[in-house]
Write a protein that binds this ligand. Structure first.
Ligand code: ADP
Ligand code: ADP
Ligand code: MG
Length: 493
């Protein structure tokens, strides 16, 4: 494998390229018109323009991406997460084009990409499932009957859903009809597939997932769990590894179950098996994500493995160089997803320019990002600015570091989830490890967070200093960058 094209943008494109580079492999980027000056484009050895800003005209254009691979004589494609990473059709087209897809087979993606077919596939193993319907539900009367049988509250879920979208909690019988219609409509418009099913709504769950790696020779291992219970809109904001709640026995059971889930779909590569854990520490299989996960760095830090390198080695046909017994958890890691969102206003997406952007540094701090000072957050894509990750010899050290890192991280120009990250780190429930997926609803008080914010005067002073600085160096920087880029980039429309 001599050249890998990363079919993604932002932090994940950069993060993948860094490992690929360390392996002595050349990198190729793709980009949209909105990302002409993006760091991932500058970082790659070569780059190809896909099209206009909307992802449907750029990052989702499988045909253009495959053409780019042919033109640049690329051997393999890394899809990152989001975009085409979980498209079985894309993986299939890549295979057909004689390229290597760094991920599982299109068949495994197809099975696991649909929550209902995933449940069907794991049946041959003894995998605990949340009580619910086996197939899609279309009829309202049937939905009511089933919901009563399972017992309210229930969750209506889009089988093709992802990213926390396409889920509706139904508290009582009278709401079933309306919620179901909305869920079907939403599933159809967001995922192009209106199939929905019903699941028991676990009232106080923790989201715990297991990282697995499987090679092409039948070896499958798990790299322990990640706790991802701090969420808003059913989507994770804070993750950590390991989870404080698991005993070694449950950890082993969950790990073994995750390996079985992977085996049930002949999985190859890095994947994540998601579970929810109820109040009595019973765990149930939720879904499998057939790609690298946003929060994979916390696993890298506690296991010492570079998951992207492992993905590449597996794609090259190499055997895993370690067995389950060789793996152990060392220390603790926490991640805060830094979104351009306003935690004071119910996490409403915020737009604007990164007027000041200064990363935190120092022992045990990792920042995975794809942004630079002066950049606008494009409105077309996911509003995640970066991932702030800390490592410590134990949870307390990782937690204190995260507080320090949130304080050291300077972002002026838009609202971010950083103050929320700090708030959570300092919350007694988080410190004690006593929380579930409703942390935000139950314990988050934006008012309390306000007093913790950096002094307004300080922010204003930073802004003024920055404006003065950027005026000074403006022209030199701008011409420098663009000529440099055009000299070593090949643009294609
Ligand atoms: P993770 O599952 O890696 O923990 P997210 O749920 O936030 O993280 O998903 C990662 C990215 O992939 C987000 O940009 C999200 O919007 C996108 N995504 C995940 N699943 C789907 C899907 N089925 N359809 C569209 N986008 C998805
Ligand atoms: P997605 O594909 O959007 O990631 P998941 O099935 O993984 O969908 O669920 C996302 C989140 O929704 C979970 O982390 C959890 O917080 C919540 N959730 C999902 N299923 C249930 C359930 N049956 N009961 C309670 N919460 C659930
Ligand atoms: Mg999920």
């Amino acid at each position: 494998m001599k050249k890998i094209l990363v079919a993604n943008r932002g932090e994940i494109a950069l993060r993948v390229m860094k490992s690929v580079k360390e392996m002595g492999i050349k990198t190729a980027a793709v980009y949209s018109e909105a990302d002409r000056d993006a760091p991932h484009v500058k970082y790659a050895d070569e780059a190809v323009l896909l099209g206009a800003a909307p992802s449907s005209e750029s990052y989702l254009r499988a045909d253009k991406i495959i053409d780019a691979c042919k033109e640049l004589e690329v051997d393999a494609i890394h899809p990152g997460y989001g975009f085409l990473s979980e498209s079985a059709d894309f993986a299939h087209e890549v295979e057909q084009a004689g390229l290597i897809f760094i991920g599982p087979s299109s068949q495994s993606i197809r099975v696991m990409g649909d929550k209902l077919s995933a449940k069907e596939a794991v049946k041959k193993y003894d995998i605990p499932l949340v009580p619910g319907t086996e197939g899609a539900v279309e009829d309202v009367d049937e939905a009511i009957r089933i919901s009563k049988e399972i017992g309210f509250p229930v969750l209506i879920k889009a089988s093709a859903g992802g990213g926390g979208k396409g889920m509706r909690v139904v508290e009582k019988e009278e709401e079933v009809e309306e919620q179901m219609k909305m869920a079907i409509h939403e599933a159809q418009s967001s995922f192009g597939d209106g199939s929905v099913f019903i699941e028991k709504y676990v009232t106080s769950p923790r989201h715990i997932e297991v990282q697995i790696l499987a090679d092409k020779h039948g070896n499958i291992v798990h790299l322990f769990e990640r706790e991802c219970s701090v969420q808003r809109r059913h989507q994770k904001v804070i993750e950590e590894a390991p989870s404080v709640i698991l005993t070694p026995e449950i950890r082993e059971q969950m790990g073994k179950t995750a390996v079985d889930v992977a085996r049930s779909c002949n999985y190859i590569g890095a994947g994540t098996v998601e579970f929810i854990l109820d109040e009595n520490k019973n765990f149930y299989f939720l879904e499998m994500n057939t790609r690298l996960q946003v929060e994979h760095p916390v696993t890298e830090l506690i296991t010492g493995f570079d998951l992207v390198k492992e993905q590449v080695k597996i794609a090259r046909g190499e055997k895993l160089s370690f067995a389950q017994e060789d793996l152990e958890i060392r220390g603790h890691s926490i991640e805060v997803r830094v979104y351009a969102e306003n935690p004071f206003e119910n996490f409403l997406p915020d737009i604007g320019k990164l007027q000041v952007y200064e990363r935190p540094h120092g022992p045990g701090v990792r920042v995975d990002d794809g942004m630079e000072a002066g950049m606008d957050i494009p409105i077309y894509y996911d509003p995640m600015i970066s991932k702030l990750i800390t490592y410590g010899k134990n949870r307390e050290e990782a937690r204190i570091r995260m507080i320090r890192a949130c304080e050291d991280y300077r972002i002026v120009g838009l609202q971010t989830t950083l103050p929320f990250g700090k708030y959570v780190m300092e919350h007694p429930r988080f410190i004690e490890g006593d929380f579930d997926t409703h942390f935000v609803k139950k314990h988050f008080e934006p008012e309390a967070m306000k007093q913790e914010m950096p002094h307004e005067k300080e922010v204003a002073a930073l802004l003024v200093a920055h404006l003065l600085e950027s005026e000074k160096g403006k022209s030199a920087v701008e011409t420098g960058t663009s000529s440099q880029v055009s000299a070593w980039k090949r643009n294609r429309v």
